[in-house]
Design a protein. Structure first.
Length: 474
């Protein structure tokens, strides 16, 4: 009897919250403007989002269950459901994650970090800026702040702290506490600067196109984020240094440590040289997209193909990139359901009351209030993707309806779909990694995060608005 009870309780725990959320939607009367299957679609979608938030199973598994319910209930046809997996944006994500794995395999990312520390790491503040530069250079190619800040920068920052006798506890303030907070806030910022620097950014591009007809290219995103992003990166390490200064004033051993680490790696290999060439070609391809018209996914997958030809990465390593194939599944299902909701009139019906009640004399003021609210709501989310799926289309529709230029509204909310993670230690995937290093207390983390969030709002909605005007975004 005991053997039967445990799986049953596990099944209940996995299903009860998504089922309750879906059931609540089903018992509510549907708006008159919604198509016949729209009510069921909304219930499935709400159940999916609750499942993504509480995470009773991995995201891919939760999404696959939602797909099965949509098919078995006859809400969606197999052609509609399975056709979603051919979306180019999904292959952009897979290709970018494969290239991120190649960077880890060859060691090129660590070599870059050691080189920067060797050149600039003679003080805590210079160390922070060196690590920020590494994060920025890697951002276009690693679509995960968890992989960059948590997987590459964090181990190096922790090693630097330990090498300077800074450990969790009484000596955390020597160096480690400052580096952890700086690395996290920098990682959140670089995640906002490129379509390919965070895995959910391509989802934003698709949601903007599906829901509001706003087209965002890789170059549009990078150009719009360049000035406010670089401004933020130039300010953040210094700001955190002022908020929580390290007691260590100099790190003269850091360059020698980095030099020894780089020497242990040996001379640069042919694979690393080929990888540099491929990454440069990919960036050039994305930057010149208006000239040749190739989709960003075509450029990315061509980079993967060239990496396979030159031996930068092996096919078994491509197959082993679980994050990419997982994203292919759950991103595809989320995109498909979001598109189906738009076509059924559900999104319009839900946002209409908000549009009619939200009015400001200035679209800039209105957009500022909406973005600030979008940031504050992230206190309730442990998943950037869950917030994007549930709130980004709604906030974008309201912003456009109240007079904001569509591309500006789409980009501003896109940037703060990443920057909102600055406020808590669970705001993004890299947060728990750095927080569990135990150098920073929760109170300090949240205090710094709140100040950084206010500064980011001032930079991106101050400098950003004027920059977007100069660059012709409105």
């Amino acid at each position: 009897m005991k053997e039967l009870r445990v799986p049953a309780m596990g099944l209940l725990a996995r299903c009860v919250l998504p089922l309750m959320a879906a059931g609540l939607v089903l018992v509510l009367p549907p708006p008159a403007a919604v198509a016949a299957n729209g009510h069921i679609l909304l219930a499935i979608f709400v159940g999916l989002i609750v499942g993504l938030m509480v995470a009773p199973l991995p995201m891919g598994a939760v999404a696959l269950i939602a797909l099965a319910v949509a098919l078995l209930s006859g809400t969606l046809s197999p052609e509609t459901a399975f056709g979603a997996f051919g979306a180019p944006v999904l292959w952009l994500i897979v290709s970018a994650l494969v290239m991120a794995r190649a960077l880890a395999d060859t060691g090129l990312s660590r070599r870059l970090a050691f080189r920067c520390i060797e050149a600039f790491g003679t003080s805590p503040i210079r160390l922070a800026y060196a690590l920020a530069f590494v994060d920025l250079v890697l951002a276009p190619f690693i679509p995960s702040d968890t992989a960059r800040a948590g997987g590459i920068v964090f181990p190096i920052a922790r090693s630097l702290a330990e090498a300077n006798d800074s450990h969790p506890g009484p000596t955390a303030a020597r160096l480690g506490r400052f580096l952890m907070q700086s690395c996290y806030q920098v990682g959140v910022t670089t995640a906002a600067m490129f379509v390919t620097s965070m895995s959910a950014n391509p989802l934003i591009v698709e949601l903007a196109a599906q829901g509001s007809g706003v087209e965002i290219t890789w170059l549009d995103w990078a150009l719009a984020s360049s000035l406010p992003g670089l401004t933020a990166l130039s300010i953040l390490p210094f700001l955190i240094f002022r908020l929580d200064p390290p007691t260590l004033t100099a790190t003269p051993e850091a360059p020698q440590w980095a030099r020894a680490q780089r020497a242990a790696m040996g001379p640069i290999t042919l694979r690393e040289k080929w990888q540099i060439v491929i990454l440069v070609l990919m960036v050039l391809g994305w930057m010149t997209q208006p000239l040749h018209g190739l989709h960003a996914a075509v450029i990315a997958i061509s980079g993967v193909a060239l990496a396979l030809i030159t031996g930068v990465i092996k096919w078994d390593r491509v197959l082993g990139e679980q994050g990419g194939w997982d994203a292919l599944v759950w991103f595809g299902i989320v995109l498909m359901l979001a598109k189906a909701l738009n076509e059924a009139g559900v999104t319009t019906a839900l946002t209409a009351p908000l549009v009619s009640s939200f009015a400001f004399g200035s679209w800039m003021l209105g957009l500022g209030v909406l973005v600030a609210a979008y940031v504050a709501v992230h206190y309730l989310y442990a998943s950037m993707t869950a917030q994007i799926v549930t709130l980004y289309p709604v906030f974008l529709a309201v912003a456009i309806a109240t007079g904001a230029p569509p591309l500006v509204a789409a980009l501003a909310l896109a940037f703060f779909s990443n920057l909102n993670a600055s406020i808590t230690h669970y705001g993004s995937g890299s947060g728990p990694v750095l927080f569990e290093g135990k150098y920073v207390s929760q109170l300090r983390w949240w205090r710094t995060g709140f100040v950084v969030a206010v500064v980011q709002l001032a930079i991106w909605l101050g400098i950003g608005i004027f920059w977007w005007r100069i660059t012709g975004f409105y």
